[in-house]
Ligand binder design. Structure first.
Ligand SMILES: Cc1cc2nc3c(=O)[nH]c(=O)nc-3n(C[C@H](O)[C@H](O)[C@H](O)COP(=O)(O)OP(=O)(O)OC[C@H]3O[C@@H](n4cnc5c(N)ncnc54)[C@H](O)[C@@H]3O)c2cc1C
Length: 311
């Protein structure tokens, strides 16, 4: 196990903010994960597994524990036949989506624009344009803090909207320590042919989603995707009103800034690092947005972005 000290998390998160990880391990084997957890336990420190840091806000004071990121060994996709694909935890979701298109398999091809890893996507039950990762996932492999391997059928992953059992396990172990590390997942996809489509059609659908993203998201500025979760359908009168961005915009908050953090002028549900933002700025801005939207519309926005460290 190669353990680094004092690694700036601003280099590992899409917000490009955050302090130092006291220890940082790039795991290149299952044993590396076990060793990193053992090291954390020996030193009475917490451990935290992350993927590509695209849904993560790390405190300016960093994380006084062991941060684990899955390395190249965990970036691998295998077509196991009959429409089934298995991918390891560090596989970029974009790569997985493109792989599925090349194999002529439908079901995850619209996820190509989500910049995270497979592990992060399972943890968050990431989704876009009508495809949530849980819709096609049939099995998730993970390892717990005691080094036991688990294989869970999708029905045991408690998938819900941006929710999985892995969030429940993490919450039950305290604010930061991860109860389980997602090692791999298997998907049952649909052969394009069987639904009267070709790989080219899937590619075109994927490209259409990418264009929508480019036209609606502030992709030139550091951000972590949607700040808040969509509202329950019951809380909203129209489909537009399910989107937190609708209320944030109606509240006149587009462009509102705290320090270097800004409510995106392109997409109100994105907070961007407009230059020199701190994690504290971003958190304060998200809380300000929650407060104003609650006051004006009596709606409680729930944060989608994961916070790590002391705020
Ligand atoms: C421009 C942009 C667009 C986005 N668009 C979308 C979108 O359309 N839909 C959507 O759902 N999300 C979107 N996101 C958010 C983000 O990309 C997803 O939530 C993604 O799934 C996070 O993956 P990650 O690897 O970056 O996870 P991280 O941010 O690294 O981690 C997120 C959480 O997952 C946990 N985690 C990560 N890997 C593992 C693992 N191997 N084992 C256990 N736990 C793990 C971490 O502990 C953390 O709690 C967007 C983000 C950006 C920046």
């Amino acid at each position: 196990m190669n353990i680094l000290e004092n690694v700036p998390m601003s280099r590992h998160t899409s917000f490009k903010v955050g302090g130092y990880a006291r220890y940082f391990v790039k795991a290149e084997s299952v044993n590396d994960i076990k060793d990193a957890i053992a090291f954390a336990n020996e030193h009475a420190l917490s451990s935290f597994v992350f993927g590509k840091g695209t849904n993560l806000l790390v405190s300016d004071s960093g994380f006084n524990g062991v941060i684990i990121q899955l390395g190249k060994f965990f970036s691998e996709i295998t077509n196991i036949g009959n429409g089934k694909i298995r991918a390891k935890g560090a596989t970029p979701l974009a790569r997985l989506a493109r792989y599925s298109i090349n194999e002529g398999l439908a079901g995850i091809h619209k996820l190509a624009g989500i910049p995270g890893s497979l592990g992060g996507a399972i943890y968050m039950n990431a989704g876009a344009y009508g495809q949530d990762i849980s819709q096609t996932c049939i099995e998730v492999e993970s390892i717990d803090a005691a080094g036991n391997l688990h294989k869970r059928a999708a029905k045991d992953c408690n998938f819900g909207y941006r929710h999985s059992v892995f969030q429940e396990l993490a919450a039950s172990r305290g604010s930061a320590e991860r109860a389980e590390t997602i090692l791999a997942a298997t998907f049952q996809l649909t052969p394009a042919k069987s639904i009267g489509k070709t790989a080219k059609d899937l590619e075109a659908e994927m490209q259409e989603c990418m264009t929508k993203r480019r036209n609606s998201q502030p992709l030139s500025m550091p951000n972590a995707g949607s700040t808040f979760k969509r509202l329950d359908a019951g809380a909203a009168a129209t489909p537009t009103q399910i989107a937190p961005g609708y209320y944030i915009e109606q509240a006149g908050l587009k462009g509102f800034r705290i320090g270097g953090a800004e409510v995106s002028r392109v997409h109100a549900n994105f907070i961007v690092n407009a230059g020199g933002a701190t994690a504290a700025n971003i958190k304060a801005l998200s809380e300000h947005v929650q407060k104003v939207v609650a006051e004006k519309f009596n709606i409680q926005l729930k944060r989608e972005i994961i916070l790590l460290g002391d705020f």
